[in-house]
Design a protein around this ligand. Sequence first.
Ligand SMILES: [Zn+2]
Length: 306
Amino acid sequence: MHVKILGSAAGGAFPQWNCACANCSAVRGGTFRGKPRTQTQVAISEDGLLWFLLGASPDLRAQIEATPELHPRAGLRQSPITGVVLANADLDHVVGLLLLRELQPLHINATASVRRILLEDNSMFGMLQRIPNQTVWTDFKSRAQFHLCGAQGEDCAIRCEAWSLSAHYPAYVTTDRQSQLVPGEASLGFIIESPSGSRLAYMPAVPQLDNALLQQLDTCDVLLFDGTFWSDDELIRVQGSGQTARQMGHIPVETTLVKLAGVRRPRKIFLHINNTNPMLDEASPQYRQVRDAGWEVAEDGWQFDL
Ligand SMILES: [Zn+2]
Protein backbone atom coordinates (compact mmCIF):
# COMPACT_ATOMS: atom_id res chain seq x y z
CA MET A 1 0.00 0.00 0.00
CA HIS A 2 1.28 3.44 -0.96
CA VAL A 3 0.78 6.22 1.60
CA LYS A 4 1.31 9.89 0.84
CA ILE A 5 1.16 12.69 3.41
CA LEU A 6 -0.02 15.70 1.42
CA GLY A 7 -0.56 17.91 4.45
CA SER A 8 0.47 17.55 8.09
CA ALA A 9 -0.79 20.65 9.99
CA ALA A 10 -3.92 21.01 12.10
CA GLY A 11 -6.80 23.27 11.03
CA GLY A 12 -5.54 26.74 10.08
CA ALA A 13 -2.28 25.27 8.71
CA PHE A 14 1.20 26.63 9.48
CA PRO A 15 1.59 29.54 9.47
CA GLN A 16 -2.05 30.41 10.16
CA TRP A 17 -3.42 33.54 8.44
CA ASN A 18 -4.34 35.39 11.65
CA CYS A 19 -1.68 34.06 13.99
CA ALA A 20 1.42 35.86 15.24
CA CYS A 21 2.54 33.21 17.71
CA ALA A 22 6.30 32.63 18.03
CA ASN A 23 6.25 29.81 15.45
CA CYS A 24 4.12 31.60 12.83
CA SER A 25 6.07 34.86 13.21
CA ALA A 26 9.43 33.10 12.86
CA VAL A 27 8.28 31.31 9.69
CA ARG A 28 7.22 34.63 8.16
CA GLY A 29 10.47 36.22 9.29
CA GLY A 30 12.54 33.49 7.68
CA THR A 31 14.24 32.56 10.96
CA PHE A 32 12.35 29.35 11.73
CA ARG A 33 14.17 26.02 11.86
CA GLY A 34 11.38 23.90 10.50
CA LYS A 35 8.90 23.78 7.66
CA PRO A 36 5.57 25.41 6.88
CA ARG A 37 2.75 22.90 6.48
CA THR A 38 -0.67 22.65 4.85
CA GLN A 39 -3.69 21.19 6.59
CA THR A 40 -3.66 17.45 7.26
CA GLN A 41 -4.35 15.32 4.21
CA VAL A 42 -3.36 11.72 3.53
CA ALA A 43 -3.88 9.68 0.35
CA ILE A 44 -3.56 5.89 0.06
CA SER A 45 -3.50 3.44 -2.83
CA GLU A 46 -2.88 -0.27 -3.23
CA ASP A 47 -2.09 -0.27 -6.96
CA GLY A 48 -0.76 3.28 -7.37
CA LEU A 49 -3.51 4.00 -9.90
CA LEU A 50 -6.69 4.44 -7.86
CA TRP A 51 -6.29 6.65 -4.79
CA PHE A 52 -8.39 7.26 -1.68
CA LEU A 53 -8.28 10.44 0.32
CA LEU A 54 -8.47 10.24 4.12
CA GLY A 55 -10.56 13.34 4.69
CA ALA A 56 -10.69 16.27 2.29
CA SER A 57 -8.73 19.27 3.52
CA PRO A 58 -9.37 22.94 2.65
CA ASP A 59 -5.89 22.90 1.02
CA LEU A 60 -6.77 19.98 -1.24
CA ARG A 61 -6.55 21.75 -4.59
CA ALA A 62 -2.95 22.83 -4.02
CA GLN A 63 -2.12 19.46 -2.44
CA ILE A 64 -3.38 17.62 -5.55
CA GLU A 65 -1.39 19.91 -7.85
CA ALA A 66 1.74 19.21 -5.77
CA THR A 67 1.25 15.44 -6.19
CA PRO A 68 1.78 14.07 -9.73
CA GLU A 69 0.15 10.72 -8.82
CA LEU A 70 -3.13 12.57 -8.33
CA HIS A 71 -3.14 14.46 -11.62
CA PRO A 72 -5.64 13.57 -14.37
CA ARG A 73 -4.24 10.99 -16.77
CA ALA A 74 -6.44 10.31 -19.76
CA GLY A 75 -9.23 12.13 -21.53
CA LEU A 76 -10.45 15.62 -20.86
CA ARG A 77 -11.95 14.84 -17.44
CA GLN A 78 -10.40 12.20 -15.21
CA SER A 79 -8.95 11.79 -11.75
CA PRO A 80 -7.00 9.01 -10.05
CA ILE A 81 -8.93 10.01 -6.90
CA THR A 82 -11.71 7.45 -6.72
CA GLY A 83 -12.90 7.75 -3.13
CA VAL A 84 -12.79 9.51 0.21
CA VAL A 85 -12.97 8.19 3.78
CA LEU A 86 -14.24 10.68 6.35
CA ALA A 87 -13.25 10.42 10.01
CA ASN A 88 -15.50 13.25 11.21
CA ALA A 89 -17.42 16.33 10.04
CA ASP A 90 -14.84 18.94 11.12
CA LEU A 91 -14.54 21.74 8.58
CA ASP A 92 -10.82 21.17 8.08
CA HIS A 93 -11.62 17.53 7.27
CA VAL A 94 -14.61 17.97 4.90
CA VAL A 95 -14.45 21.41 3.23
CA GLY A 96 -12.20 19.95 0.52
CA LEU A 97 -15.13 17.84 -0.70
CA LEU A 98 -16.59 21.03 -2.14
CA LEU A 99 -13.40 21.37 -4.21
CA LEU A 100 -14.13 17.96 -5.78
CA ARG A 101 -17.54 18.97 -7.10
CA GLU A 102 -16.87 19.14 -10.87
CA LEU A 103 -19.13 16.15 -11.63
CA GLN A 104 -16.27 13.73 -10.94
CA PRO A 105 -17.57 10.34 -9.71
CA LEU A 106 -16.49 9.62 -6.13
CA HIS A 107 -17.18 6.98 -3.52
CA ILE A 108 -17.47 8.64 -0.12
CA ASN A 109 -17.31 6.54 3.05
CA ALA A 110 -18.61 8.08 6.28
CA THR A 111 -20.71 7.27 9.30
CA ALA A 112 -24.44 7.81 8.75
CA SER A 113 -24.30 10.71 11.23
CA VAL A 114 -21.52 12.52 9.36
CA ARG A 115 -23.32 11.94 6.04
CA ARG A 116 -26.55 13.40 7.44
CA ILE A 117 -24.77 16.50 8.78
CA LEU A 118 -23.24 17.22 5.38
CA LEU A 119 -26.03 16.24 2.99
CA GLU A 120 -29.17 16.99 5.01
CA ASP A 121 -28.11 20.11 6.91
CA ASN A 122 -25.57 21.82 4.68
CA SER A 123 -27.12 22.32 1.26
CA MET A 124 -23.83 23.28 -0.42
CA PHE A 125 -22.80 19.63 -0.33
CA GLY A 126 -25.70 19.01 -2.74
CA MET A 127 -23.19 20.10 -5.40
CA LEU A 128 -21.74 16.59 -5.01
CA GLN A 129 -25.07 15.06 -6.03
CA ARG A 130 -26.19 17.03 -9.06
CA ILE A 131 -26.30 14.07 -11.42
CA PRO A 132 -27.03 10.37 -10.80
CA ASN A 133 -24.02 8.44 -9.48
CA GLN A 134 -21.85 11.55 -9.16
CA THR A 135 -21.10 10.49 -5.62
CA VAL A 136 -21.95 7.20 -3.96
CA TRP A 137 -22.05 7.37 -0.17
CA THR A 138 -21.45 4.28 1.95
CA ASP A 139 -22.11 4.31 5.67
CA PHE A 140 -19.73 2.50 7.99
CA LYS A 141 -19.97 1.73 11.67
CA SER A 142 -17.38 1.70 14.42
CA ARG A 143 -15.51 -1.60 14.87
CA ALA A 144 -16.86 -3.06 11.63
CA GLN A 145 -14.44 -3.71 8.80
CA PHE A 146 -15.28 -2.40 5.33
CA HIS A 147 -13.55 -2.61 1.96
CA LEU A 148 -12.56 0.51 0.07
CA CYS A 149 -14.39 0.48 -3.23
CA GLY A 150 -13.82 2.85 -6.11
CA ALA A 151 -16.25 5.20 -7.81
CA GLN A 152 -17.39 2.40 -10.14
CA GLY A 153 -17.86 -0.01 -7.23
CA GLU A 154 -14.62 -1.89 -7.84
CA ASP A 155 -13.00 -3.45 -4.77
CA CYS A 156 -9.60 -1.79 -4.31
CA ALA A 157 -8.32 -4.50 -1.92
CA ILE A 158 -7.79 -2.17 1.05
CA ARG A 159 -9.69 -2.97 4.23
CA CYS A 160 -10.54 -0.39 6.81
CA GLU A 161 -11.74 -0.67 10.40
CA ALA A 162 -13.11 2.44 12.07
CA TRP A 163 -12.64 3.05 15.78
CA SER A 164 -14.94 5.49 17.53
CA LEU A 165 -12.72 7.90 19.44
CA SER A 166 -14.99 10.79 20.42
CA ALA A 167 -18.69 11.61 20.77
CA HIS A 168 -18.03 15.29 20.13
CA TYR A 169 -19.61 16.82 17.01
CA PRO A 170 -18.38 20.10 15.49
CA ALA A 171 -19.78 23.34 16.91
CA TYR A 172 -21.65 24.13 13.67
CA VAL A 173 -23.93 21.10 14.18
CA THR A 174 -27.09 22.33 15.91
CA THR A 175 -28.01 20.90 19.32
CA ASP A 176 -31.30 19.75 17.81
CA ARG A 177 -29.48 17.77 15.12
CA GLN A 178 -26.91 16.47 17.61
CA SER A 179 -29.75 14.96 19.67
CA GLN A 180 -30.69 12.86 16.60
CA LEU A 181 -27.20 11.59 15.90
CA VAL A 182 -25.34 8.56 17.21
CA PRO A 183 -22.62 9.70 19.68
CA GLY A 184 -20.22 6.97 18.55
CA GLU A 185 -20.37 8.22 14.97
CA ALA A 186 -18.88 11.66 15.67
CA SER A 187 -15.14 11.17 15.32
CA LEU A 188 -13.26 8.03 14.41
CA GLY A 189 -9.82 6.75 13.67
CA PHE A 190 -8.95 4.05 11.16
CA ILE A 191 -6.88 0.91 11.09
CA ILE A 192 -6.22 0.40 7.39
CA GLU A 193 -4.97 -2.96 6.14
CA SER A 194 -3.42 -3.83 2.79
CA PRO A 195 -3.86 -7.28 1.14
CA SER A 196 -0.35 -8.16 2.35
CA GLY A 197 -1.52 -7.66 5.94
CA SER A 198 0.43 -4.50 6.68
CA ARG A 199 -1.48 -2.06 8.84
CA LEU A 200 -1.65 1.71 9.04
CA ALA A 201 -3.33 3.60 11.88
CA TYR A 202 -4.73 6.99 10.88
CA MET A 203 -5.78 8.87 14.01
CA PRO A 204 -5.45 12.64 13.78
CA ALA A 205 -7.89 13.39 16.64
CA VAL A 206 -7.52 11.20 19.72
CA PRO A 207 -9.03 12.57 22.95
CA GLN A 208 -7.91 9.66 25.15
CA LEU A 209 -6.21 6.30 24.99
CA ASP A 210 -7.56 3.10 26.50
CA ASN A 211 -5.92 -0.32 26.65
CA ALA A 212 -7.97 -1.73 23.78
CA LEU A 213 -6.76 1.03 21.49
CA LEU A 214 -3.17 0.72 22.70
CA GLN A 215 -3.23 -2.98 21.87
CA GLN A 216 -4.55 -2.23 18.40
CA LEU A 217 -1.84 0.35 17.79
CA ASP A 218 0.83 -2.21 18.67
CA THR A 219 -0.46 -4.47 15.84
CA CYS A 220 0.22 -1.73 13.28
CA ASP A 221 3.25 -1.08 11.09
CA VAL A 222 2.86 2.70 10.93
CA LEU A 223 0.99 5.18 13.14
CA LEU A 224 -0.15 8.57 11.83
CA PHE A 225 -1.15 9.95 15.19
CA ASP A 226 -2.62 13.09 16.76
CA GLY A 227 0.23 15.61 17.17
CA THR A 228 -2.01 18.67 17.50
CA PHE A 229 -0.81 20.16 20.79
CA TRP A 230 2.30 19.63 22.85
CA SER A 231 0.64 20.42 26.19
CA ASP A 232 -2.92 20.54 27.48
CA ASP A 233 -2.86 24.32 28.17
CA GLU A 234 -0.90 25.28 25.05
CA LEU A 235 -3.54 27.48 23.43
CA ILE A 236 -4.46 29.14 26.71
CA ARG A 237 -0.81 30.06 27.34
CA VAL A 238 -0.33 31.41 23.80
CA GLN A 239 -3.66 33.26 23.53
CA GLY A 240 -4.43 34.06 27.16
CA SER A 241 -7.78 32.23 26.88
CA GLY A 242 -9.45 29.35 25.09
CA GLN A 243 -9.91 25.64 25.51
CA THR A 244 -7.54 22.94 26.65
CA ALA A 245 -6.22 20.39 24.17
CA ARG A 246 -8.36 17.69 25.77
CA GLN A 247 -11.48 19.87 25.58
CA MET A 248 -10.78 20.17 21.86
CA GLY A 249 -10.47 16.40 21.54
CA HIS A 250 -6.69 16.04 21.45
CA ILE A 251 -4.47 14.21 23.88
CA PRO A 252 -1.28 16.30 24.31
CA VAL A 253 1.89 15.01 22.68
CA GLU A 254 3.78 15.06 25.99
CA THR A 255 1.20 12.60 27.37
CA THR A 256 1.22 10.45 24.22
CA LEU A 257 4.99 10.02 24.49
CA VAL A 258 4.49 8.44 27.91
CA LYS A 259 1.37 6.40 27.08
CA LEU A 260 2.77 4.97 23.85
CA ALA A 261 6.29 4.37 25.14
CA GLY A 262 5.53 0.63 25.27
CA VAL A 263 4.13 0.52 21.73
CA ARG A 264 7.27 -0.61 19.94
CA ARG A 265 6.22 -2.39 16.76
CA PRO A 266 5.11 0.50 14.51
CA ARG A 267 6.93 3.42 12.99
CA LYS A 268 5.39 6.32 14.93
CA ILE A 269 4.63 9.62 13.19
CA PHE A 270 2.85 12.68 14.56
CA LEU A 271 0.65 14.64 12.16
CA HIS A 272 -2.20 17.18 12.42
CA ILE A 273 0.24 19.53 14.18
CA ASN A 274 -1.06 22.89 15.35
CA ASN A 275 0.98 25.98 14.49
CA THR A 276 1.50 26.71 18.21
CA ASN A 277 3.13 23.31 18.89
CA PRO A 278 6.77 23.87 19.92
CA MET A 279 7.87 20.56 18.36
CA LEU A 280 7.50 22.17 14.91
CA ASP A 281 10.72 24.03 15.75
CA GLU A 282 13.57 21.63 15.04
CA ALA A 283 15.81 23.66 17.34
CA SER A 284 13.44 23.17 20.30
CA PRO A 285 13.90 20.76 23.23
CA GLN A 286 10.43 19.41 22.49
CA TYR A 287 11.46 18.38 18.96
CA ARG A 288 14.53 16.67 20.42
CA GLN A 289 12.38 14.90 23.02
CA VAL A 290 10.03 13.58 20.31
CA ARG A 291 12.90 12.31 18.17
CA ASP A 292 14.68 10.77 21.16
CA ALA A 293 11.45 8.91 21.99
CA GLY A 294 11.52 7.35 18.52
CA TRP A 295 8.75 9.46 17.00
CA GLU A 296 8.85 11.48 13.79
CA VAL A 297 7.11 14.77 13.00
CA ALA A 298 5.33 14.51 9.65
CA GLU A 299 6.09 16.94 6.84
CA ASP A 300 4.10 17.66 3.71
CA GLY A 301 5.24 15.46 0.84
CA TRP A 302 6.37 12.47 2.89
CA GLN A 303 5.53 9.11 1.37
CA PHE A 304 6.14 5.48 2.14
CA ASP A 305 5.02 2.00 1.13
CA LEU A 306 3.87 -0.69 3.49
ZN1 LIG B 1 0.71 30.53 15.09
